[in-house]
Design a protein around this ligand. Structure first.
Ligand code: NAP
Length: 308
């Protein structure tokens, strides 16, 4: 496993396991396979409604002496309906309780937008909070590092301007940024910005998020785009290396020093996605893959369920 160094002293595995849209017994079985395969980095969020399952499995592995807490790297996130300074303590405490942990390795603000939950479960029914104040929320995020509930803190779905404002006003710097980033939306300016500011970029939707797109009825703005895993250029590179297209997508970002957290509940794919360090893409491959960038037309996630 490769690791990326955090400014605060820790290290993040270059490859982790994503858990969006995975719950219950299916997630429990998948987590066991992932841990047996060697995954030690797990990404979750209050919004995924699966922290209790993750907590149960991690606790079983730690109690059995099969893994130590120090070997694990756990990310969870402040939900957008908790995007107020006075709610940060409540939500991180809830996550820690459900995850059965004393601390998380990285705590992220999930979205730059704030909502009022008001007893609602659907984001589309929640009211927009026009008073959302990133700097005041960030101060409470910093408190989580000081009080030991989070080893490091970061952001998700923030743009460069929003991140720069936090960098200009913070005591503890964001160490991670979890944003959509993949073959069709490569965001080179965000990659450069993160490198310049020592922020680890963590890609989501690296494999094209097929199940979510089908579930949510989403498609790319550029309707000509083929299914990401079936892209011709990608298929050619994969054949050249005797690897699958998913492995090439993951290795492509890994060679740019971007962390990847593919999600799968399919046993063979969980193993397949872990085997990305035994081959290297050359300049010709990297140039070919770079040419598939569609910028904003390649975006999958618009958070369009959030009104206004
Ligand atoms: N911060 C945010 O706002 C945000 C947003 C989205 C996601 N995330 C995080 O990023 C993680 C990854 O993103 P994602 O889950 O949306 O999408 P993804 O990892 O790009 O794609 C997951 C989909 O790809 C399939 N898949 C996995 N491995 C495969 C393989 N080797 N070959 C073919 N298909 C494969 C999975 O199917 P099966 O499961 O059926 O195998 C699933 O349908 C999430 O789980 C979550 O932790 C964060």
């Amino acid at each position: 496993m490769e690791f990326y160094k955090l400014q605060s002293g820790g290290r993040m595995p270059a490859l982790g396991y994503g858990t969006f849209l995975a719950t219950g017994i299916e997630l429990e079985q998948s987590l066991n396979i992932a841990l047996e395969t060697g995954y030690r980095f797990f990404d979750t969020a209050i919004g995924y409604n699966n922290e209790p399952v993750i907590g149960k499995v991690l606790n079983e592995w730690i109690s059995a002496g099969k893994v130590t807490r120090e070997e694990l790297f756990i990310i969870t996130k402040l939900p957008c309906f908790g995007n107020r300074p006075e709610e940060v303590d409540t939500y991180i405490k809830q996550s820690l309780k459900d995850l059965q942990l004393d601390y998380v390795d990285m705590y992220l603000i999930h979205l730059p937008i704030g909502l009022f939950k008001n007893g609602k479960t659907l984001y589309s029914d929640m009211e927009l909070d026009n008073s959302t104040d990133h700097l005041n929320i960030w101060k409470k995020m910093e408190d989580q590092v000081v009080n030991g509930r989070a080893k490091s803190i970061g952001l998700s779905n923030f743009n460069i301007k929003q991140i720069q404002r936090i960098l200009d006003n913070c005591k503890i710097r964001p160490e991670g940024l979890q944003n959509e980033n993949h073959l069709y939306m490569q965001s080179p300016e965000v990659v450069r910005f993160c490198k310049l500011n020592d922020i680890i970029l963590i890609s989501y939707s690296t494999l094209g998020m097929k199940s979510f797109r089908e579930l949510a009825g989403l498609s790319w703005k550029n309707k000509q785009l083929p299914e990401m895993l079936e892209n011709d250029v990608l298929v050619k590179v994969a054949k050249k290396h005797g690897k699958t297209t998913a492995q090439v997508l993951l290795r492509f970002l890994n060679q740019k020093k971007i962390a990847v957290i593919p999600k799968s509940v399919t046993p063979d794919r969980i193993v397949e996605n872990f085997q990305i360090f035994d081959f290297k893409l050359d300049t010709e491959d990297l140039d070919a893959l770079r040419s598939e960038d569609n910028g904003e037309d390649g975006r999958i996630v618009y958070f369009s369920m959030i009104k206004k």
